[in-house]
Design a protein around this ligand. Structure first.
Ligand SMILES: C[S@@+](CC[C@H](N)C(=O)[O-])C[C@H]1O[C@@H](n2cnc3c(N)ncnc32)[C@H](O)[C@@H]1O
Length: 284
């Protein structure tokens, strides 16, 4: 790829780079088709900021050039593109109500009926959510004295899945972990917290695109898919809830979504069940 100039968006001249409206529309359409994420117009600056490093690293001089590069080299660039534009905000014990409802009601109820349960943390980002699940389930299993839980965690981003596998976190991620839990399941090394091997080994990570790839298994008792559907439009939410989750959730299983998300008037296959303050869904 040759470096071109003659474009106002030259990234090396110190000019604040911007993405033109027509290019933003092309990028939005591309993101929507590949990931299901529906980018609002006010996200243009955010996307420019996130892609700037990638454009520079490739030695390109404009976002237009980058778009052409992406289209021509999709097989090799798509992964980097998705890594650059996805929002990975997460932390341990995020949405505490969900973990309370699980440990107080749903897990004891499920373990009364069966010895083995299967859990999917979909769109898991850097692993804090599935590892929180592993921690609370380990505690339940030791207090019950029996039970096995398999946890599979998936995300569209290769980079974030590699980070999740390391099990190494900064204080920001662990800030809501109760101190006894921190002591029991983490090893502090300098500025970072390292998850103990037993927790790390208890989560299986995989790259998976909710929109285009098969689910990682076909019989889940619990599915967590939190704080990602907020980026999807109604049609995509319905497709993921009704054609993906409803197909692999057990009839007595539970689907957890984020506190600011809802499947009411979206899904025809799920019903809302109120448990503490947590938005939890079951199949109709
Ligand atoms: C804000 S994080 C949510 C993490 C975690 N579930 C939580 O609630 O803390 C959203 C994640 O969704 C992932 N994501 C976005 N589109 C996706 C798709 N189509 N398939 C799978 N994961 C996707 C992103 O890579 C990102 O890691």
């Amino acid at each position: 790829m040759t470096k071109q100039s003659g474009n106002n968006q030259n990234l090396d001249l110190g000019v604040y780079p911007s993405i033109s409206d027509p290019l933003f529309k092309k990028l939005r359409d591309f993101i929507y088709v590949r990931t299901g994420i529906s980018m609002k117009p006010h996200k243009k600056v955010l996307i420019a900021n996130r892609l700037r490093k990638r454009v520079r690293n490739l030695g390109l001089s404009s976002y237009d050039e980058y778009y052409n590069y992406l289209i021509e080299n999709e097989a090799i660039e798509l992964e980097n593109f998705i890594d650059s534009v996805s929002t990975n905000e997460t932390f341990f014990f995020r949405g505490k109500d969900h973990f309370d409802v699980l440990s107080q009601f749903l897990l004891p109820e499920l373990f009364r009926k069966k010895d083995r349960i299967n859990i999917w943390s979909a769109a898991c980002s850097s692993g804090e959510e599935p590892y929180t699940l592993r921690i609370i389930i380990n505690d339940i299993i030791s207090s019950l004295g029996r039970g096995v839980a398999k946890i599979i965690a998936t995300d569209i981003s290769h980079e974030i899945i590699e980070k999740a596998k390391t099990g190494i976190y900064k204080n920001y991620s662990t800030r809501f972990v109760p101190s006894a839990t921190l002591k029991r399941y983490f090893q502090k090394e300098g500025e970072v917290y390292k998850l103990k091997e037993a927790v790390k080994k208890g989560v299986q990570f995989k790259v998976q695109n909710l929109l285009h790839d098969r689910p990682p298994d076909n019989n889940f008792d619990i599915i967590f898919c939190r704080n990602v559907m907020i980026y999807f439009d109604r049609k995509t939410k319905q497709r993921i809830a009704d054609d993906v989750f409803a197909e692999v959730l057990q009839p007595d299983g539970y689907l957890f979504i984020g506190h600011s998300e809802s499947l009411n008037y979206v899904s025809s296959r799920f019903k809302y069940v109120r448990k503490l303050n947590a938005p939890v869904y079951m199949l109709k």
